[in-house]
Write a protein of this length. Structure first.
Length: 366
């Protein structure tokens, strides 16, 4: 998507410099920094410390980690070790395991001499496929927005609430939850986006708000606790969020706080949709609450917040007593029964085993 007049992806291979480049998201919205990732450790740190984040982008970054490592050492030992090192960086987003498995499965039977070139092509393919999936998700989600717009007065905006950042910065391009919003705006449908700030790391305030602002989308930043109130007063027509892992039965794991939005949406009869590319589906799991590993992050992310100081410096301040520890589960699970539908690249389906099986019959495990 555009940053100023220039089109950017969240990750890309620079052919001239022969290096993988990312936008270091820790500094947004205050500073736009592009950094190079070279060593396997660079990639692992970038994922673990959230220079890049968002399930699809984590997967794409891991794919490039394998391809760059294959240039240095294309042995089986290196392939397996890279899989292990990358896999342990973040536990919840299934796209990480998916991308690593794709890379290993396609490389392991090739002669070592051919692996680097093949890995490079495959990592690029994973990125291209993500972009195309998200574009399709946008077109499919647009149909939902169109129906809501049709019931409104001419010129009246469709109010959409989103949580965390499931925007283009969380994918390679377009975003999942945001793609229908951009497609609606392109189709001339007025949309207004309620952006949850998304404590503790404030991906909504720092990333989604920046994306919306950069694209001239009508939006307003709200505290995480405001959603229920806005829903009760008719100010939200639709909720669209992303997901880090969705089970084969339609349970949706996403950024902490998503479950509470789904409960409030249900209580107020507001449609609650989840946008996801198929690599985010974990076909091996059924019960999301019982089975999905939830990342527990450093308590400092709760007791402190990052922001721009009055003197313009970007820094961190503590918001609680010195002795208060922070508890930081990073994701929660919204049971399928609270999800109106899943917006995928193949279409929209019920959040259920049957709904997913209808769209992805070849993936159903016996
Ligand atoms: C299209 S991204 C979907 C999810 O990955 C997104 O909603 C999310 O929760 C990101 O969490 P993060 O901890 O910032 O990686």
């Amino acid at each position: 998507m555009k940053v100023g007049a220039k089109h950017y992806r969240s990750i890309w291979y620079d052919d001239a410099e022969q290096v993988v480049k990312i936008i270091d998201q820790r500094w947004l919205p205050h500073e736009f920094r592009v950094v190079n990732l070279k060593s396997r450790n660079d990639f692992a740190v970038a994922i673990r410390d959230m220079w890049v984040r968002g399930a699809p982008l984590i997967g794409a970054t891991a794919a490039f980690a394998v391809s760059e490592e294959m240039k240095r050492d294309a042995s089986d030992a290196s392939l397996n070790e890279t899989w292990e090192i990358l896999h342990e960086t973040r536990p919840t987003a299934i796209n990480l395991r998916w991308a690593l498995n794709e890379m290993r499965a396609r490389l392991k039977d090739l002669p070592e001499a051919d692996r680097a070139a093949a890995a490079h092509i495959l990592a690029q393919q994973i990125c291209e496929e993500d972009v195309e999936c998200n574009r399709q998700i946008g077109l499919n989600g647009l149909e939902i927005i169109k129906k809501i717009a049709a019931a409104k007065k001419p010129g009246e905006a469709v109010n959409i609430l989103t949580h965390c950042n499931a925007g283009w910065l969380a994918t390679v391009d377009w975003g999942t939850a945001t793609s229908p919003m951009y497609h609606a705006a392109e189709a001339g449908i007025p949309v207004h986006i309620w952006v949850d700030e998304t404590r503790p790391r404030n991906q909504g305030a720092q990333l989604t708000a920046w994306e919306m602002d950069s694209h001239g989308m009508s939006h307003k930043l709200i505290v995480d606790n405001a959603g229920g109130h806005l829903m009760q007063h008719g100010d939200v027509d639709l909720v669209i969020v992303g997901t880090d892992r969705t089970t084969s039965h339609g349970d949706v794991c996403n950024k902490i706080g998503t479950y509470l939005k789904a409960l409030a949406a249900r209580d107020n009869n507001i449609p609650f949709y989840v946008a996801l590319p198929s690599p985010t589906i974990d076909w091996t799991l059924k019960d999301g609450v019982a089975e999905i590993p939830i990342e527990e992050r450093d308590g400092d992310e709760v007791t402190k917040v990052w922001g721009k100081m009055e003197d313009g410096r970007v820094g961190q301040i503590q918001i609680c007593p010195d002795g208060t520890p922070g508890g930081n589960p990073a994701f929660d699970v919204t049971p399928a029964r609270l999800v109106t539908g899943l917006i995928t690249e193949r279409g929209i389906c019920d959040a259920s085993a049957e709904g997913l099986a209808e769209l992805f019959p070849e993936r159903v495990l016996n």
